[in-house]
Design a protein around this ligand. Structure first.
Ligand code: NDP
Ligand code: OXD
Length: 309
């Protein structure tokens, strides 16, 4: 049997090597070379073309190459009854917490503002609160947001988190629901977005919500570009309401050259690299799930397409 690999950003060769280690009998075929459609038992995908997963009569599992599945649930026609999994992995979580902590510390210590002062040859000290005086908010308290919140609480920050359903995280004040969103925004001097992109969270970072942050707040968007209304952020940076932004994800990737964020002195742009799926741990997960579905068991980390994450 065979695995169909579809991604325009990941190297099929790295994944072939990794599957060779964990399930040498599984042939890895890279899109568009599907070969005999009947052979395909599992598809491992990132932004697959709209109809690429149809007409595979023996498909038992669709595995997302990412933790987020918006790329799959929004634009792809999914065959009925085939489970869809997302990528949940300790290495992915560790990389994300590193990235989030790095940039929360940078915003806390006002690094984007100091870099701007450096460019202007200005030697000037800015007021600096202690970590225990700094209020950080995390939108999304799932695998990645929860781990990030816990790590930030260890630094002594006043951390709050926001989720769809009520959650409890030691050392973290938690909010949920529409009223909860207002309350977390009103208190967050540094806001980190680690939400999945769903119809409910599309454009959640807009002029009203970002405008509800305290003056001088910083935004760190690590979820998806679709969470942010980019012109609203640009306007709030321009007016001085927001002091800095770190953006790893964009509506259009690669970020178009005409985007004002490339050249903004207090915006840090990175090319969707906050956390990266590792082929070794990814292949191990896919193989374990394939073995489960072959036995008629549900795979781990299955998503509910009706909820969107
Ligand atoms: P999880 O599914 O584990 O967690 C999602 C969290 O968001 C949950 O706490 C969930 O609430 C909350 N949530 C979902 N919908 C809403 C809503 N409408 N209102 C409030 N809260 C909501 O996801 P992960 O933590 O694993 O990943 C989060 C996202 O991070 C991914 O979907 C992906 O977009 C992004 N990502 C980005 C990467 C990058 O490199 N930039 C790398 C990896 C992921 P509840 O707890 O109630 O279910
Ligand atoms: C993911 C991502 O969802 O890399 O894992 O964005």
């Amino acid at each position: 049997m065979a695995l169909l690999f579809i991604s325009h950003v990941d190297s099929p060769e790295d994944w072939k090597r990794a599957f060779g280690k964990f399930m040498p009998s599984l042939e890895v075929r890279a899109w568009p070379d599907v070969g005999r459609a009947e052979d395909i038992e599992v598809a491992l995908v990132w932004r697959p073309p709209r109809e690429s997963l149809l007409n595979l009569p023996n498909l038992k599992l669709i595995a997302s190459l990412g933790a987020g599945v918006d790329h799959l649930l929004r634009d792809t026609l999914l065959p009925k009854g085939v489970p869809v999994t997302r990528f949940v992995d300790d290495d992915l979580t560790a990389m994300m917490t590193e990235y989030a902590v790095l940039h929360v510390l940078a915003c806390h210590r006002r690094l984007p503002e100091y870099l701007d002062l450096q460019r202007r040859l200005e030697w000037r000290e800015l007021p600096q609160p202690l970590a225990r005086e700094r209020r950080v908010g995390i939108l999304g308290l799932g695998v990645l947001g929860g781990a990030t919140a816990r790590k930030l609480a260890e630094f002594g920050f006043q951390v709050a988190g926001y989720s769809r359903s009520p959650r409890s995280v030691p050392g973290v004040e938690t909010f949920h629901g529409a009223d909860g969103l207002k309350r977390i925004l009103a208190r967050s001097e540094i806001l980190v977005c680690l939400l999945p992109l769903t119809p409910e969270t599309e454009a959640i970072l807009n002029k009203e919500t970002l405008g509800a942050l305290p003056k001088g707040a910083a935004l760190i968007n690590l979820g998806r570009g679709g969470h942010l209304v980019e012109p609203d952020l640009a306007a709030l940076m321009e007016s001085g309401h927001l002091s800095a932004a770190v953006l790893d994800v964009f509506r259009k990737e690669p970020l178009p050259l005409e985007s004002p964020f490339w050249r903004h002195p207090r915006v840090i742009v990175t090319p969707h690299v906050a956390s990266i799926t590792n082929p070794e741990s990814g292949a191990r997960k896919v193989v374990a799930n394939l073995e489960r579905v072959r036995k008629g068991l549900p795979p781990q980390d299955q998503v509910d397409p009706s909820v969107g994450y």
